[in-house]
Design a protein around this ligand. Sequence first.
Ligand code: PEP
Length: 255
Amino acid sequence: MKNIILAANWKLNKSPAETRRFFKTFFDEGKKKSFYAQIGKQFQVVFFPSTISLEATSESVKDSEVRFGGQNIYSESQGAFTGENSAKVIKELNGHYALIGHSERRQYFHESNSFLNKKIHHALKSDLIPMYCIGETLEERESGKTEAVLLAQLTEGLKEITSANGKTLVVAYEPVWAIGTGKIATADQVKETHAFVQKTLAKLDLEQTPILYGGSVKAANAQELIQIPHVSGFLVGGASLEAAAFLDLIQNSLA
Ligand code: PEP
């Protein structure tokens, strides 16, 4: 069985009170599911709440095997960087992950591959697992540039990150045109692109890296997508906001 990771990106949603309510339902309902006892053993469940809800998440998941992380970190842990997020604080709250390079960070905050590389190094140094997002825009796909874009995102973003670092890394392939749009990449597109990402990671001496797929994944398409070679799980936006929908998605990903 694949070592599956199911990750929830809540973006700028859920206050601390809403976060606590979500986890109450998630655990009340989740404990009734046969897969519940396998969380953290046969597969991982990871939440990325907004920064203001990290502490509520930390408190809510503390007696479980559920993991969480920050949606973004800065490349330094402290100093005169107004408005930024600290890997050290995420670690202090018992977080395990840092989401790095989500397409919304690249698009709205102009984060480049070389800047993201600094964040990945900093996450590893801070003992957080970077979940590094890559993906092409619709224009790039339609003009035949998908592989060139992904190659640059992987080689520049993962510069001097090798398995020799002895640390863990996760890559999330998310075609930008499939994020929050309801448009899902076809099984053939996912298969072809994940094979390319896997081949590129192998060349970078990172072939053990799990590769997640993201972009309008929901309970209804999870079962088909998880069968595709080199798909090790999902990064999920919209379908992770309701506990029942996310539990269904988890269930179908394991079927
Ligand atoms: C995301 O935000 O990473 C994402 C994949 O969103 P959605 O599932 O809503 O497309």
